[in-house]
Design a protein around this ligand. Structure first.
Ligand code: NAG
Ligand code: NAG
Ligand code: NAG
Ligand code: NAG
Ligand code: NAG
Ligand code: NAG
Ligand code: NAG
Ligand code: NAG
Length: 840
C-alpha cells in the first residue's frame, strides 16, 4: 500500500548502471521510417547477395538469383546497363528437384561469385541448380558468354546457402568452397587461366567437416620484402575442431594461408599446396567464459603497407538459447607470428593433438620460397625435399593461436546475430585515424561504431529494412563514403553519416562520430570533410560539452511547460523523451529531486524505444500538484528534456452528457496537452494492470473506479512485427472502447486543464524542442478531434485512459507494483546495460 501524499512509488526498472562494456548499447536508434536511403530491387528477383564494387568505373555489380545488375554508384536505383539474365535451364532444375532439392530456394542459379578478371571481362559463377557453372562477362556490351560455360566445381558452392569465398589474383582464381553435391568435400584451390591448378589435401587435418568459409584476402607481402618473401592468400572460416577431444562437435574459427608462388611438390604433395598452414583465431572474453567460435564474416582493412593490414571478424557464440555476437580485430603480424611458431602434431599413441617439439626439417615446412631458399638451391616448391613436404602434409595446424588485439573483443552484443561487417578509416579533427565499424545483423539492423582503441563506442543502430531480413553482404566505397548492404529482398545504399540528425552542439559532440563536427559559425552538425575546420568542434576520444558553452549554442531550457490537470485519484504517467539511449532521466518535483525509486524507467528490452522514460504518479492527490521537470544527463551534460505543471482538482469532475458525440469529447481533450513519444509498452503495462485489476474485480462485486492517464503518441511507423507483442492485436482494441472514457454516470474522466488551446487549432506548447533533443517525431499538439478508430493509425497524440475496476477497499497497489516490477524484470533477464559512460 502506498502512503498518500507521496508520489506513488514504482520500482526503478532501470538498466544496470554498473560499468560493463560487454554489451554495448547504441547511443541512438534510427528506425526504418527515419532513414533516408536509396534502394534497388526488381520484382520477382531475390537474393541480392553478391556485391562487387568498381569505384573507378562508378559501378556496383550485383549478383542475385538468376540475374546480374550494373548499378550506378551515385544512385543505385539507377541501372547503368541492361540486366543480364542467367537462368539455369529447365532440365537442370528438374534434375535438381529430382535429387530432392527445393524448387523455390535451391534449384535456381544463384550468383555467388562476380569479380573483375581483366580490363575487358569479369568472371562470374552461379550455383546453376546444384551444378555450379562459371563464365565471363564482356564489360563493353555487358553480356554473359552463355555458350561456353565452364565447370564451376570448386569455384562456387552447389548449395546457395553454403559459405564460400574466392578471389582473383593475377588471373588465377583462389577459391574456398565445398566441392561436391553433398557438401562433404571442402577444398581450397587455385585454377583458371594458365596457372598451376592447386588444391588442399583431402584430409580432416587440413579441412575438417563442413567448414564455413567466410572470407579471403590477398596480401602483397613481396613488396619491399627484405627476405624476398612471396605474396600470400589468406582464408577465413570456421570448422569442427580436430584438436580438442572434449569438444568433438565444437566449431573453431581459423585463418589459413597459401603462398601465391606455390606450385606443389614434385613427388609428395603433387599439385597440392606445400605452403598451406592454418591456425586458430580466438575471440573470447576469458573472464566471462564467453567464446565466440563461429566466424560469420571478415573484413580486410588495408593500410599503407601490407604490415598495416588488419582483419576484423564478426563471430557468434555457439549454441544455447541466447544469441551473442562479437567483433574481434587481428593484425597480420600476429597471424604471421603464429605461422612462424611451433606446429601441432597428432600423437597416435595418446590419440590427441599436442605441440610438436622435435626437430623441424629444413627448409621449414609450409614456408614460401624466399631469398634464403633460392640461395640454398630451392627455386620453387617443386624442388623442396620430401622430408619437408611430408612434414608439411602432416602438420598443417599451428600450435599457437591468433589472439585479437587487446586480447579481447572490440565489441560484444547479446540478442543479436552479427552477419557482416565493413570498416572505414576516417581522420578525426585531432588528426587521429579512427576505425569506424559498420556491422550488419540477422534482422536487418546496422550498427555503426567507432574504435577508440581500448573499446568501441556504438554511435547508432539503423534499421535498414522494413522486414527483418538478414544483411547478407556489406560493401564499402571508400571514395564515395557510401555503404551498400545486400539482403534477400533488396540492396540498400546509405551514406556513412547523417550529421544533421544531431540538433545541438552537445548532441553532436556526444555522438563521437568522427565523420561529424559542430560548426560554431553555422550552428549545425556537419560532415567534417565538407567544411571549414577552424569552426569545427569534435572530440571523439573524450567528448566534452564544455566547449559548447556559448549560450547561443546550447540553451539549456527551451521546453515549454505542459499543463496537465487531472482529478484526484487519477494515475498519471509523464513521459520524457531523451535524445540518446545513453542518457539518463532525472525528475524534479517543485525543484526537488525525485528519488530514483519513484521513477519508472522502461527499458529497451521491453520497449523498442529506450529513450522514453516515464514518471508514474499513482492516484494523484492535491499534494502531487506542482511542477515536474525531466532532465537528461549524459556524460555530465544536463539538458532539460521535459517540463510539466500538474494540477489536481479535488472537486468532482464536471459532467458531460453521457456518451457525448466525439466532437465534444475532442474538445475536452484538446485542452490536454499531448506529449511524449511512442510507447507500446505502456499499453502492455496498462493491459497488465487491467488484467490484474480485473481479477480483483472478480473477487468483489463492488468496485471503485480508478483511471490511468497518460499522454501517448502513437507510432508514426509501424514497428517491425518483432516488437509487437502478440497479445496486443486483439486486446488493445478494447483500450479504445469509449466506455473507458466515462464514469458510469457518463461523465468524462479527464478534467480540462487551464484552458490552453481553446480553439483546438493553435498548436499549444511549442514544438521547438530544446537543443540537445531531437524534435519529437510528431509535433507536440493536442488532438483536436478524437476518433477512436483513427487514433491508432494516425500520428496524433492523445491520452489513453482506462477504467480499472478495483475492489471496494483501496486496491493493493503495492502488490500490483510488486508484480509489475517482477514481471518487467523477468522480461529483462539480461538487461541492456548502459556502458560505463552512462554510469552514475
Ligand atoms: C538525416 O536525418 C534527418 C533527421 O533524422 C532526416 O530528416 C534526413 O532525411 C536525413 N538525411 C539523410 C540524407 O539521411
Ligand atoms: C518450380 O517453381 C516454379 C515457380 O515457383 C514453377 O513454375 C515450376 O513449375 C516449379 N517446378 C516444379 C518441377 O515443381
Ligand atoms: C580478358 O579475358 C577474356 C577471357 O579470357 C579474353 O577473351 C579477353 O581477350 C581478355 N581481355 C584482355 C584485354 O586481355
Ligand atoms: C574496374 O574496371 C576496369 C575496367 O573497366 C578495370 O580495368 C579495373 O581493374 C576495375 N577495377 C577493379 C577494382 O576491379
Ligand atoms: C618500397 O620502398 C620504397 C623505398 O624504400 C618506397 O619508396 C616505396 O613506397 C615502398 N613501397 C611500398 C609499397 O611500401
Ligand atoms: C539468431 O539466430 C538464431 C538461429 O540462427 C535464432 O534462433 C535467433 O532467434 C537469432 N537471434 C536474433 C536476436 O535474431
Ligand atoms: C560564417 O558563415 C557565414 C556564411 O554562413 C559567412 O558569411 C561568415 O563569413 C562566416 N563567419 C566567419 C567568421 O567566417
Ligand atoms: C500553465 O499554467 C501556468 C499557470 O498555472 C501558466 O503560467 C502557463 O502559461 C501555462 N502554460 C501553458 C503552456 O499554457
Amino acid at each position: 500500500m502506498l502512503g498518500p501524499g507521496l508520489l506513488a512509488a514504482m520500482a526503478l526498472l532501470s538498466m544496470c548502471t554498473e560499468a560493463m562494456d560487454w554489451n554495448s548499447v547504441a547511443r541512438k536508434t534510427v528506425y526504418y521510417g527515419q532513414l533516408e536511403a536509396q534502394r534497388f530491387s526488381k520484382p520477382g528477383i531475390h537474393n541480392y547477395k553478391t556485391l562487387t564494387l568498381n569505384e573507378s568505373e562508378g559501378v556496383l555489380y550485383v549478383g542475385a538469383q538468376e540475374a546480374i545488375f550494373a548499378l550506378s554508384l551515385s544512385s543505385i536505383s539507377q541501372e547503368l546497363k541492361p540486366t543480364i539474365i542467367w537462368e539455369a535451364p529447365q532440365d537442370k532444375k528438374l534434375e535438381c528437384i529430382q535429387k530432392g532439392k527445393n524448387n523455390k530456394t535451391e534449384c535456381s542459379n544463384y550468383i555467388r561469385f562476380l569479380q573483375n578478371y581483366n580490363s575487358s571481362h569479369m568472371y562470374t559463377c552461379g550455383t546453376y541448380a546444384f551444378q555450379p557453372k562459371c563464365s565471363y562477362i564482356d564489360l563493353s556490351s555487358f553480356t554473359l558468354d552463355q555458350f561456353s560455360l565452364e565447370d564451376g566445381k570448386g569455384k562456387c558452392p552447389y548449395d546457395p546457402t553454403k559459405g564460400h569465398s574466392s578471389l582473383i589474383v593475377d588471373g588465377a582464381l583462389y577459391s574456398a568452397t565445398l566441392n561436391n553435391f553433398l557438401g562433404t568435400e571442402p577444398v581450397i584451390l587455385r585454377n583458371l587461366g594458365q596457372h598451376h591448378g592447386m588444391k588442399t589435401e583431402y584430409l580432416a587435418s587440413w579441412l575438417n567437416a563442413e567448414p564455413n568459409f567466410v572470407g579471403s584476402a590477398y596480401v602483397k607481402e613481396s613488396i619491399n620484402s627484405s627476405i624476398g618473401d612471396d605474396d600470400k592468400i589468406y582464408f577465413f572460416f570456421s570448422e569442427h575442431a580436430v584438436e580438442y577431444d572434449c569438444y568433438a562437435e565444437q566449431a573453431v574459427a581459423r585463418v589459413a594461408r597459401v603462398c601465391k608462388g606455390d606450385v606443389g611438390g614434385a613427388r609428395t604433395l603433387q599439385k597440392k599446396w606445400t605452403s598451406f598452414l592454418k591456425a586458430r583465431l580466438v575471440c573470447s572474453v576469458p573472464d566471462r567464459q564467453l567464446h565466440f567460435n563461429q566466424l560469420q564474416a571478415v573484413y580486410t582493412l588495408n593500410g599503407n603497407t601490407w604490415r598495416d593490414t588488419q582483419f576484423f571478424g564478426v563471430f557468434k557464440a555457439c549454441c544455447g538459447e541466447i544469441s551473442m555476437s562479437a567483433v574481434c580485430q587481428y593484425t597480420i603480424e600476429d597471424i604471421q607470428k603464429v605461422f612462424e611458431g611451433p606446429y601441432k602434431e597428432y600423437r597416435e599413441q595418446a590419440q590427441k593433438w599436442a605441440r610438436y617439439s622435435d626437430q623441424v626439417p629444413s627448409p621449414r615446412p609450409g614456408s614460401c620460397i624466399t631469398n634464403w631458399h633460392r640461395d640454398n638451391g630451392f627455386h620453387s616448391s617443386l624442388e623442396l625435399p620430401d622430408n619437408t613436404l611430408n612434414f608439411a602434409k602432416k602438420h598443417p595446424l599451428m600450435d599457437g593461436y591468433v589472439l585479437p588485439r587487446q586480447h579481447k573483443p572490440l565489441l560484444v552484443k547479446k540478442d543479436e546475430n552479427f552477419t557482416q561487417l565493413a570498416v572505414d578509416q576516417v581522420q578525426g579533427l585531432d588528426k587521429k585515424l579512427y576505425d569506424v565499424l559498420f556491422i550488419g545483423t540477422g534482422n536487418g539492423w546496422l550498427y555503426k561504431a567507432v574504435n577508440l582503441g581500448s573499446r568501441v563506442h556504438v554511435i547508432e543502430k539503423l534499421q535498414l529494412f522494413k522486414h527483418a531480413n538478414p544483411i547478407e553482404s556489406l560493401t564499402f566505397s571508400h571514395k564515395k563514403k557510401l555503404l551498400f548492404a545486400g539482403s534477400y529482398a533488396e540492396v540498400v545504399q546509405l551514406s556513412v553519416a547523417n550529421c544533421s540528425k544531431y540538433l545541438s552542439c552537445s548532441d553532436c559532440i556526444l555522438a563521437r562520430d568522427p565523420y561529424c563536427a559542430w560548426n560554431r559559425n553555422t550552428s549545425h552538425c556537419v560532415q567534417t570533410e565538407e567544411h571549414d575546420r577552424p569552426f569545427l568542434l569534435q572530440d571523439v576520444m573524450s567528448p566534452d560539452t564544455a566547449h559548447c558553452n556559448d549560450p547561443t549554442q546550447n540553451t539549456v531550457s527551451m521546453t515549454s511547460t505542459k499543463n496537465i490537470t487531472v482529478e484526484m485519484g487519477v494515475t498519471v504517467l509523464l513521459p520524457c523523451q531523451l535524445a540518446s539511449n545513453l542518457a539518463q532521466a532525472y525528475w524534479t518535483f517543485n525543484g526537488k529531486t525525485v528519488s530514483i525509486e519513484q521513477q519508472v524507467i522502461l527499458t529497451d528490452s521491453i520497449l523498442s524505444d529506450s529513450t522514453l522514460k516515464v514518471l508514474l504518479i499513482s492516484e494523484a492527490n492535491p499534494g502531487h500538484a506542482g511542477s515536474y521537470r525531466c532532465l537528461s544527463k549524459e556524460q555530465n551534460t544536463w539538458l532539460e528534456a521535459e517540463s510539466y505543471y500538474l494540477s489536481v482538482l479535488a472537486r468532482p469532475p464536471m459532467t458531460l452528457e453521457a456518451l457525448a458525440p466525439l466532437e465534444n469529447l475532442g474538445l475536452a481533450w484538446m485542452v490536454v496537452v499531448a506529449l511524449g513519444a511512442v510507447c507500446l509498452v505502456l499499453l502492455l503495462l496498462v493491459l497488465y494492470l487491467r488484467q490484474k485489476l480485473k481479477q480483483e474485480l472478480e473477487k468483489s462485486s463492488k468496485n471503485i473506479e480508478s483511471t490511468l492517464v497518460y499522454p501517448i503518441e502513437l507510432p508514426k511507423e509501424p514497428k517491425s512485427p518483432k516488437f509487437i507483442p502478440s497479445t496486443m492485436s486483439d486486446s488493445d482494441e478494447k483500450l479504445w472502447d469509449p466506455a473507458n472514457y466515462y464514469y458510469s454516470d457518463g461523465s468524462l474522466k479527464i478534467v480540462p486543464g487551464h484552458a490552453v488551446c481553446q480553439n483546438g487549432n493553435s498548436p499549444s506548447p511549442t514544438s521547438n524542442g530544446i537543443p540537445g533533443q531531437p524534435l519529437p517525431t510528431t509535433a507536440l499538439h493536442s488532438p483536436n478531434r478524437i476518433n477512436l478508430g483513427n487514433i491508432r493509425g494516425s500520428n496524433s497524440n492523445g491520452y489513453i485512459r482506462l477504467n480499472l475496476g478495483i475492489t471496494e477497499e483501496r486496491p493493493d497497489y503495492s502488490d500490483v507494483t510488486e508484480e509489475l516490477r517482477w514481471k518487467l524484470k523477468q522480461r529483462q533477464a539480461l538487461p541492456d546495460a548502459n556502458p560505463e559512460e552512462s554510469s552514475v
